[in-house]
Design a protein around this ligand. Structure first.
Ligand code: 4AD
Ligand code: MG
Length: 458
């Protein structure tokens, strides 16, 4: 394969012939010389192309007019040491092929654009520095996630996207149907539907993940999930990717150990492998983001119960928008306060059973469940997980209590009927992770094509 700009910039210049391909970021044209900054997306830096107008032939001179910001081209020339600042090598062009010109209305002219503006041109924003850096970090994180689990003996399982079960029991599912709505009643007869029953897009792969964990040991999923949450916030997407490990013979403490080692591993990976992009985020997006990640890596996650968290919040020296009392669901402002209080990542466990999903294991007190949320400084919840209810009767009762139909969950109950084991797992929202490591403040800017309420492009 041809060398890309990232590699060429690290190659010692010995006057060798070279070809680079990419898109013009800027052009500076004077009487005797023309400088082009060319980028191919392989790294943040551009390579400088020099056209010496005094020695160039007419064909080469003609291409200069076509090389506006946004144009694509292949440049052949000599790789020489650069005397200019900020780069070590540059290319003295001998031949340029223009693939496609870019007229003056190319939206990404050299100036700073707002993220709102860039969201509107979602098809072109990967050509900007910030979105290219986000894409590279996202790629590196996906790789690190697989690497962590593969190196630790987890099996990758693909769970279905179309499902009949509501894992989180929150009724936030998108329906999948091929039926026309009944003109008279406005209702759907699901027996006539594609699957012969009501079907939805999954909100989590966990329940299916459990069937594999209770057969094969430790597994993980990494796939798209969907939530029809009508919350127009900077942290919620209607479609997002989730990583869900599930471990057999694993209690809540071990679950948190794994979540902690996993998060630290992927943070270290991005610091080691995306230095240039991380420096960009540190200087342009969130000052101190690198130190924030290093601090988490070097810390031990504090572990407290929900009840302890509530008492810390009740004694807080801060007014909260949402009043605090035992039984409330923790809001982001509360979660951020807790991480500030402990100056680091905190795993909060043992939540009131009524605010958590039906599958969490009931504690002996009959009031709380073995759920955990991992909270990180400046963001709040990044991971949600639990030890699963492994007792058949307790789970059966819970399913009935929350209004689900135990017949539809017979298969999930069977895992407790036949050879039940203590098991646990957690879910990490991939976009939340990317927000955290890049410092990007809006979740719409860390997924290539965001889907949120009233917003669907392409
Ligand atoms: O806390 P949640 O709802 O937990 C579950 O879905 C469990 N089934 C996970 C498990 O135990 N296997 O979601 C898990 C994580 C959250 O902590 C958050 O990072 C992310 O998924 N998340 C979202 N990310 C983007 N947009 C949304 N609407 C999200 N909802 C949850
Ligand atoms: Mg949660």
């Amino acid at each position: 394969m041809e060398k890309r700009i990232k590699e060429i910039l690290q190659t010692p210049a010995t006057g060798q012939e070279i070809t680079v391909k990419g898109w013009v970021r800027t052009k500076r044209d004077s009487k005797s010389v023309c400088f082009i900054a060319l980028n191919d997306g392989s790294c943040m830096n551009n390579i400088q192309i020099i056209i010496d107008k005094e020695t160039a032939n007419n064909t080469l001179l003609d291409t200069i007019n076509k090389l506006n910001t946004g144009a694509s081209c292949a440049v052949s020339g000599i790789l020489v040491e650069s005397l200019g600042q900020g780069q070590t090598v540059e290319v003295q062009a001998t031949d340029i092929t223009v693939y496609g010109e870019a007229p003056d209305d190319y939206p990404l002219q050299k100036k700073r654009h707002s993220f709102e503006f860039l969201r509107d041109i979602a098809h072109l924003r990967p050509r900007s520095n910030t979105f290219a850096a986000v894409a590279r970090v996202r790629n590196a994180m996906a790789y690190a996630i697989h690497k962590y689990f593969q190196e630790n003996g987890f099996l990758y399982v693909n769970t279905p996207i179309i499902t009949e079960s509501d894992c989180e029991g929150a009724g936030e599912m998108f329906q999948v149907t091929t039926l026309p709505i009944d003109k008279i009643t406005g209702e759907l007869d699901y027996t006539k539907d594609f699957f012969g029953k009501k079907a939805s897009l999954t909100v989590s792969g966990q329940l299916c993940g459990e069937t594999y964990a209770t057969a094969l040991g430790n597994i993980y999923t990494f796939g798209p999930t969907f939530r029809a949450e009508n919350s127009n916030t900077t942290k919620h997407l209607a479609e997002f990717w989730m990583i869900e490990p599930e471990m057999a013979f694993c209690d809540l403490d071990l679950n948190i150990d794994i979540a902690e080692s996993f998060l630290k591993y992927v943070f270290q990976y991005v610091l080691d492998n995306c230095q240039e992009d991380m420096e960009f985020f540190d200087s342009r997006i969130e000052k101190g983001v690198i130190k924030k990640l290093q601090d988490v890596i070097n810390s031990t996650f504090k572990r407290i119960t929900y009840t302890e968290a509530i008492s810390i919040l009740e004694n807080a020296d801060e007014e909260f928008q949402f009043p605090v009392s035992w039984g409330i669901d923790l809001q982001t402002e509360h979660e951020k306060y807790i991480t500030k209080h402990f100056n680091g990542a905190v795993a909060v466990t043992d939540y009131p059973k009524d605010i958590k999903a039906f599958y969490m294991k009931l504690n002996d007190d009959g009031k709380t469940v073995r759920g955990v949320d991992v909270l990180v400084p400046r963001l709040g919840e990044i991971i949600g997980g639990a030890q699963r209810e492994d007792d058949y009767d307790t789970l059966y009762k819970k399913i009935v209590d929350v209004g689900l139909n135990p017949e539809e969950y017979y298969w999930y109950l069977d895992l407790r009927k036949y050879g039940t084991v203590p098991h646990s797992g957690f879910g990490l929202g991939f976009a939340r992770l990317i927000m955290y490591v890049t410092g990007m403040e809006n979740i719409r800017d860390v997924i290539p094509f965001p889907r949120t309420t009233k917003n669907l492009k392409f």
